[in-house]
Design a binder for this molecule. Structure first.
Ligand code: AHR
Length: 311
């Protein structure tokens, strides 16, 4: 019933009249902090009253926040879901209340009619780009890879792993020898890399694939403390393109990153405004770009450009 109601053109609403709830995961990474900043800026620019809730990495806090937004009767909800499963019930409640939910940067395992659209990158493709890059870089030489996974159960951790494995699947010279979560944080990236180095010995590790730049930056510290040269002794490829990874790349301490825009809210709010203006139903997936940066790029200049953007 509500799905069909959603198809009807609603009365035109000015963005300035809107109250929107934003349930953010937390602040585990530089990328996440930038997404929060950009989302607040996008709302302010449009005169939207944004109700912000930081879930501190806990799904239960996100569910509570969503229920509170529903009780307050917000016009729409932005949700960056910490994990992929366990959303059906609360999304049903939002649907019952006729409140459109827009997913930001991560996907959920829930029926598509429970949310209006998802603004995300192609998370599998990002992993594949990383795997393809490493395959080219190694040019047939044997390489033992360690992998730092993102938050267990999150869509980027699942999809970036899958994509990378696809990327290296036809390269018998490349082998993942250890893979563990570093929870998308710098501190855990360092701790887990230390354990990889201890278990394998630095000389046996040829490359690190990290599901985000923050974990790579933590790992770089661990590699240096082990007396090795990150970027040379151990090649490093990761995802996000935050300023600090470009700084590391500028000094040759990391090798490649795949950009994820922190501006997921812009396309989501554009879609919501179009829907409210004339009933235009957005596609279920609004895909953002994934660009590969390597040492061929001017990483110092990219760092300078990005460092003041809220990361
Ligand atoms: O969902 C996007 C991922 O979440 C980013 O790559 C990572 O940095 C963040 O914490």
């Amino acid at each position: 019933l509500i799905a069909s109601a959603m198809m009807l053109a609603p009365a035109s609403v000015m963005a300035a009249d809107l109250t929107i709830g934003f349930s953010q995961i937390g602040s585990e990474s530089g990328w996440r902090a930038a997404e929060t900043t950009v989302t607040k800026q996008e709302a302010e620019k449009r005169g939207i009253d944004l109700k912000f809730a930081d879930a501190q990495q806990k799904q239960e806090n996100q569910i509570k926040a969503l229920r509170s937004f529903i009780a307050q009767g917000v016009d729409a909800i932005l949700l960056a879901p910490v994990v992929a499963t366990g959303w059906d019930e609360v999304l049903e409640e939002a649907k019952e209340a006729e409140i459109p939910v827009m997913l930001l940067d991560r996907t959920v395992d829930a029926p598509e009619d429970l949310y209006m659209t998802a603004v995300t990158s192609d998370l599998v493709h990002e992993g594949k780009v990383a795997g393809d890059w490493l395959q080219d870089e190694m040019a047939g030489a044997d390489c033992s890879i360690v992998e730092l996974q993102g938050t267990t159960g999150s869509s980027p951790a699942i999809d970036r792993k899958k994509g990378f494995e696809e990327g290296i699947s036809d390269a018998s010279n490349l082998k993942i020898i250890r893979s563990q979560t570093g929870d998308f944080t710098r501190s855990q990236g360092k701790v887990v890399m230390e354990s990889f180095l201890k278990a394998e010995g630095g000389a046996n590790i040829c490359a690190l694939y990290a599901h985000n730049d923050d974990m790579a930056v933590g790992a770089i510290q661990a590699i240096k403390e082990a007396g090795l040269k990150p970027g040379e002794d151990i090649k490093i490829v990761s995802i996000d393109s935050v300023p600090d990874i470009h700084l590391a790349m500028a000094s040759g301490e990391a090798n490649a990153t795949i950009e994820l825009t922190p501006n997921m809210a812009g396309p989501a709010l554009d879609a919501l405004e179009a829907y409210l203006a004339d009933g235009t139903v957005p596609p279920k997936w609004i895909q953002t770009e994934s660009k590969l940066y390597t040492l061929k790029d001017d990483n110092q200049a990219i760092y300078e450009l990005k460092k003041d953007l809220g990361y």
